[in-house]
Structure formats: structure tokens, C-alpha cells
Ligand binder design. Structure first.
Ligand code: V47
Ligand code: SF4
Length: 354
């Protein structure tokens, strides 16, 4: 099987689901890394992308209360918050010099669709040059429900308000049995895929994620990747895939440990090898830690995300990483890995080669 996979990497032929499962079960991490790196270098050479971005989570009040989520809150809970439009304006003031606002939050029980639109308008008004990557498919589905508008109408309104791209959150794991255990209230995997297909048809590039390291097994991960590869074959609208390492602290998923470094690297590597139609695989340093994210640059990843500035979702679940990295620090991490740092925006337009 190893020889067959090596030859497929050389010829560019597709990895099957059986082979992907074999790769996940593989203990020869160095072999796996070398294969994934060969694939990465065929696609993006020595380049590693990063963004100058600011994350912003407008509220953590959320109707869904997914069991793996330490971030969300009900009214009356101490850690609940919602940003006023004045606070959004202050964040909008900090947009000078960045390339992206990344906006993700909860399904607020009382906000109407226009409030979510107004957030985009305010960010865009003060920063017309900054791209906005906002609202997961889960939020977009919610907007359709609360506004009575069709999915296509919601997307059109979001575009009008300044939306340039959609992040990959909300995908979690598509298998309905596991999904029911970790996020019973959330939209189904099929609906998530349907929303991304609609965004691609409307010309909005999106990302995809997979939350791993909870109750799923390798077959569930491969099934998740299979469904993503299939949709990408049809639409070519995904820019990047980001495996998200589950952080269990303060969540309602019990008896699960943090992911290990080996599992993190394996997941990056298998994703690079199997998702041959995804242009980019992101090692999100916030979740992996800066050091492992740097190592991942030799295991198939070609992107580190960005400066971030502020992060609540993972930190409320126990992440020990900083909430921000300076541009120079990202450049140093990439250079010290022997790679070429490439500053990009949401659309992977090159801003500067370092
Ligand atoms: O969907 C929630 C995850 C996601 C936990 O597109 C958790 O570039 C780990 O969308 N442990 C939202 N993960 C974040 C997101 C994202 C992040 C980075 C890059 C991009 C991108 C998108 O955060 C959720 C969920 O999968 N999440 N709780 C947790 N305890
Ligand atoms: Fe809400 Fe998203 Fe947290 Fe689920 S993961 S509870 S949808 S904020």
C-alpha cells in the first residue's frame, strides 16, 4: 500500500478512501510527512502563506449550545457578551494595515438579520480595502430562518453589505451519528454542504474545516474529507481546508483528552494527500500552537492563518497559545522552517513576498 501511495503522489493520481484510512492508521510519521510534503511542494512549492487579519466574535449568545463549545452562553450566564455597534465601530477603527476581518459568532436569540448586516457595513465603511470573511454556514442558515428570506436572497444581502468570503466553521464532522452526539441542534452536514455550494455559485469563495479529536473515528474523518472533495470537484469554490483540533476544557464532551502532536500532524498530512483539489491546507497556529504549526509546514500545510489579534472560541476551551502573533513573528516562524513567507489576503492574492 505504501508503494502504491508513493507512486500516486508522484503521478498525481487520486488517493482512495481506503488508502486515506490506511494513512490515518500509519505510525511511520516521517514517511507520511514526506509524502504529504511532496504533494504540498508540487502545489505550492516552498511558499507558506499568512494573512494580516483581525478576528472578531460579535456575540457568544447562541441558540445551538453545541456540546463541544466552551465559548457559547445563554442569557444570564457570567461569560455571555454581545458587542454594541459602538464597540464594532472601535474595532473597525483598528483596520488600518490589515487585509482581513474574520467574523464568527453565535446565533443570538434576539438580534435580527439587519444587525448582522450592519456589523459588515460598519467594518467595510471604515475599511473599504479590507476583505471581510464572515459568518459560517450555520449563521447563514440562521439568517434565512429569522429573516424569512431564501438562502440566495440572504447571500445577496450579505454581499451587498460587504461580504467577501465565508470561513469554514460549522462543518464539525458530517457523520450524523457523531454529529447528533456533539452538536444535536446544529444544521446537518448536508445542509452545510448545500450552503457552501450556494455561496460558490454566487461567486463567494469559502473555506472548510473538520473538528477532530472528540468522538469520531478515522472512518468518520475520511467520510468528512470525501464529501468535501466531492463538492469541490463540482464547484471549485473552496480555498483552504483547516483541520481544527478539539480543545475539551470547559465543554460538555467528557473523558476526552487534548489531541496529540502525532495526531495533529497526521491529520494535516492526510488532508493534504487526500484533498488534492483544495489549493491550501491551513495549520491554524491558534489551535496547534506556534511550534507544532511550524513543524506542520513540512507535513503538508502551506498556510498559518494570520495575526488574529483576538480569539475567544479556542481560548475559552483551554488553549494556551497567545491570542495574537505579530507579522514579524509569523515571518520568523516560516523563515526558520526554511520556507518562503508570502503575505496574502482572503482571496490568496499575494500582498508581499518576504
Ligand atoms: O465551527 C468550537 C470550532 C469553529 C471548539 O475559515 C472548536 O479560515 C476546538 O470557523 N475546540 C469556528 N474547536 C472557527 C472557524 C475558523 C477557525 C479558523 C479558521 C477558519 C477559516 C475558520 O471553531 C467551530 C468549531 O468547529 N470550535 N469549539 C473547541 N472546544
Ligand atoms: Fe453556537 Fe457555534 Fe458554539 Fe455551536 S460552535 S454553540 S453554533 S457558537
Amino acid at each position: 500500500m505504501k508503494k502504491r501511495i508513493e507512486s500516486k503522489v508522484r503521478s498525481g493520481a487520486r488517493i482512495t478512501e481506503k488508502e486515506a484510512e490506511f494513512l490515518f492508521a500509519q505510525n511511520d510519521l516521517i514517511w507520511l510527512g514526506r509524502a504529504a510534503n511532496a504533494k504540498k511542494e508540487r502545489m505550492t512549492g516552498n511558499r507558506i502563506f499568512f494573512n494580516l487579519n483581525r478576528h472578531l466574535n460579535p456575540t457568544n449568545y447562541c441558540l445551538n449550545r453545541c456540546r463541544f463549545c466552551a465559548f457559547s452562553a445563554d442569557f444570564g450566564e457570567k461569560h455571555g457578551y454581545q458587542l454594541s455597534l459602538k464597540q464594532i465601530d472601535r474595532i473597525a477603527d483598528s483596520g488600518r494595515g490589515i487585509h482581513e476581518f474574520h467574523v464568527v459568532g453565535g446565533l443570538h436569540p434576539e438580534w435580527n438579520f439587519d444587525y448582522y448586516l450592519e456589523i459588515l457595513r460598519r467594518l467595510k465603511k471604515k475599511n473599504p480595502q479590507v476583505l471581510i470573511q464572515a459568518y459560517t454556514a450555520v449563521e447563514i442558515d440562521h439568517f434565512s430562518k429569522i429573516s424569512g428570506l431564501s438562502l440566495e436572497q440572504v447571500i445577496a444581502e450579505l454581499k451587498k453589505a460587504g461580504l467577501d468570503g465565508v470561513p469554514g466553521g460549522g462543518a464539525e464532522i458530517f457523520n450524523p451519528t457523531v454529529r447528533k452526539k456533539i452538536c444535536p441542534e446544529k444544521i446537518s452536514g448536508s445542509r452545510w454542504l448545500e450552503i457552501h455550494a450556494a455561496l460558490h455559485h454566487a461567486g463567494i469563495p469559502t473555506n472548510a474545516t473538520m473538528l477532530y479529536g472528540h468522538l469520531e473515528d478515522y472512518a468518520d474523518r475520511v467520510d468528512h474529507l470525501r464529501r468535501l472533495r466531492l463538492l469541490q470537484d463540482q464547484t471549485h469554490g473552496f480555498s483552504a481546508f483547516i483541520p481544527l483540533a478539539f480543545h475539551p476544557q470547559n465543554t460538555r464532551i467528557k473523558n476526552v483528552h487534548n489531541t496529540t502532536g502525532v495526531d495533529d500532524l497526521k491529520t494535516i498530512a492526510v488532508s493534504r494527500l487526500y484533498l488534492d483539489n483544495f489549493p491550501h491546507i491551513k495549520a491554524f497556529w491558534i489551535m496547534l500552537g506556534e511550534k507544532l504549526a511550524q513543524v506542520a509546514l513540512w507535513f503538508g500545510a502551506d498556510d498559518l492563518d494570520g495575526t488574529v489579534e483576538e480569539e475567544k472560541i479556542t481560548h475559552m476551551a483551554g488553549a494556551q497559545t497567545p491570542e495574537a502573533l505579530a507579522r514579524d513573528e509569523l515571518v520568523r516562524l516560516i523563515r526558520e522552517a526554511g520556507r518562503k513567507p508570502v503575505e496574502r489576503d482572503t482571496w490568496y492574492r499575494v500582498k508581499k513576498i518576504w
